[in-house]
Design a protein around this ligand. Structure first.
Ligand code: ZN
Length: 166
């Protein structure tokens, strides 16, 4: 993992660029949120500076994960496709000052370190990209489930329940 630890400020200054593929299974915090440990995240981290000369990192993360639908409790494919601009500050105080100066919700100001772990950054980005309450736009097996219900001979209790729902 140490190969993925960078000096964030040097990385930005030298406009370094790295990319890689990281399996979801290797990311414990992310795979705790996903339905299984399948999938791979592709990431690109590019160093640079903003117009005002602040060092910054641009991180893109893409890939497919499986997450659990909160409505029908079946997993579905969720594509992560996320890009963040992270401006680097030396400490919390200057992070707040830069944040006020930039006044831009699209840009995150973080405290940069000499031991920034790229993989942790990628995992944070992926976690933020996941929906808080994931749901299918339309749950696929709902109609199949309905068909199954009506095909069965209904008990009086089930009929009562259906009446209440109408
Ligand atoms: Zn669903």
């Amino acid at each position: 993992m140490s190969a993925f630890v960078i000096d964030a400020f040097e990385y930005a200054r030298h406009k370094e660029r790295r990319e890689g593929d990281t399996p979801v299974a290797g990311l414990d915090r992310l795979s705790a949120e996903t339905a299984d440990r399948s999938g791979t995240l592709h990431w690109v981290l590019v160093g640079g500076a903003d117009q005002l000369g602040h060092p910054q990192l641009t991180l893109t993360v893409s890939g497919s994960t499986k997450i659990m639908c909160q409505r029908c409790l079946t997993p579905f494919d969720f594509d992560i496709d996320s890009e963040s601009v992270l401006v680097l500050a030396k400490d919390e105080e200057s992070a707040d000052a830069i944040d006020v100066l930039l006044d831009n919700d699209e840009i995150d100001v973080i405290v940069g370190t000499k031991t920034l772990n790229i993989i942790e950054l990628v995992e944070d980005e992926a976690l933020l990209a996941l929906p808080l309450s994931p749901k299918h736009p339309v749950c696929p097996d709902q109609s199949a489930l309905e068909g199954l219900k009506s095909a069965k001979k209904e008990s009086p209790f089930a009929m009562l329940k259906n009446l209440k729902q109408q």
